[in-house]
Write a protein that binds this ligand. Structure first.
Ligand SMILES: C[S@@+](CC[C@H](N)C(=O)[O-])C[C@H]1O[C@@H](n2cnc3c(N)ncnc32)[C@H](O)[C@@H]1O
Length: 230
């Protein structure tokens, strides 16, 4: 690892643009790690440098989830949960929530945020966790945190972790550039990843994007088709 290199990616990690994003957030430099490694994320949580963190529950998730109140208690997975603000909201609806993250520092942060609901958070790697399929998976800033080479594996895991008829709902970041994280989806890329096992049900612009995602993310709901992935 080369120490002290400035990390490409999140605008706030770029000194030239940091004040544009959040003038209160200083711009640390981090030892170079692959974002596929937990250590990449540990360092950022330990430095309280989390420019992707909305610090609350996005309105699109609130609106969508509230439609389902009174229709049972779905099991929902939040992969790469970070601070996991949404877990509290979803558990408050009576849903069965499992929030996972492979960064011990993220898990510690989430447990602090969740207080009495801390048991909803587990330290686990999305790619090797062993769980029966969920009714719902909530996506926010997880796919765009993964290097592109992992996206086909992400899509296969998502299909395996959602029951036929279940849904993947959340936020998807689009950007024509190559650098990251956040790594942006290019035109048609999500359709190619999802199309075999999912049908797009809903797509719209969020009203409360934080600056790092503003104008480049959409709220989407994908429904799992019948049949098991091979
Ligand atoms: C950009 S952060 C987003 C956190 C949160 N979803 C949010 O919106 O604030 C990406 C998170 O994914 C986690 N992560 C990355 N790869 C992972 C993996 N293979 N398994 C579990 N968590 C992972 C990181 O540790 C980090 O907390």
């Amino acid at each position: 690892m080369e120490p002290g290199l400035r990390t490409p990616g999140w605008p706030a990690a770029d000194g030239a643009r940091a004040s544009h994003y959040n003038s209160r957030m200083t711009t640390p430099t981090f030892p170079r790690h692959d974002p596929a490694e937990a250590e990449f994320w540990n360092l950022r949580f330990e430095a309280a440098f989390t420019p992707w963190d909305q610090g609350g529950v996005p309105q699109s998730l609130r609106d969508w989830a509230l439609q389902y109140v009174g229709h049972g208690a779905p099991r929902v997975l939040i992969p790469g949960c970070g601070s996991a603000h949404e877990a509290q909201f979803l558990a408050g609806l009576g849903w069965q929530v499992l929030a996972i993250d492979f960064s011990p520092s993220a898990v510690a942060r989430a447990r602090k945020v969740l207080g009495p609901l801390a048991a909803a958070v587990q330290e686990a790697d999305f790619f090797v966790m062993n769980e029966t399929p969920f009714d719902l998976v909530y996506e926010r800033a997880f796919l765009c945190a993964l290097p592109r080479r992992l996206w086909p594996q992400w899509a296969a895991r998502i299909a395996a972790l959602i029951k036929p008829g279940g849904r993947l709902m959340g936020f998807f970041f689009t950007d024509a550039g190559e650098k990251g994280p956040p790594f942006g989806l290019h035109e048609g890329e999500l359709d190619a990843l999802m199309g075999t096992h999912f049908t797009l049900e809903e797509k719209r612009q969020p009203i409360d994007s934080i600056p790092v995602f503003a104008g480049k993310e959409s709220w989407q709901v994908w429904r799992r088709k019948p049949g098991n992935p091979q």
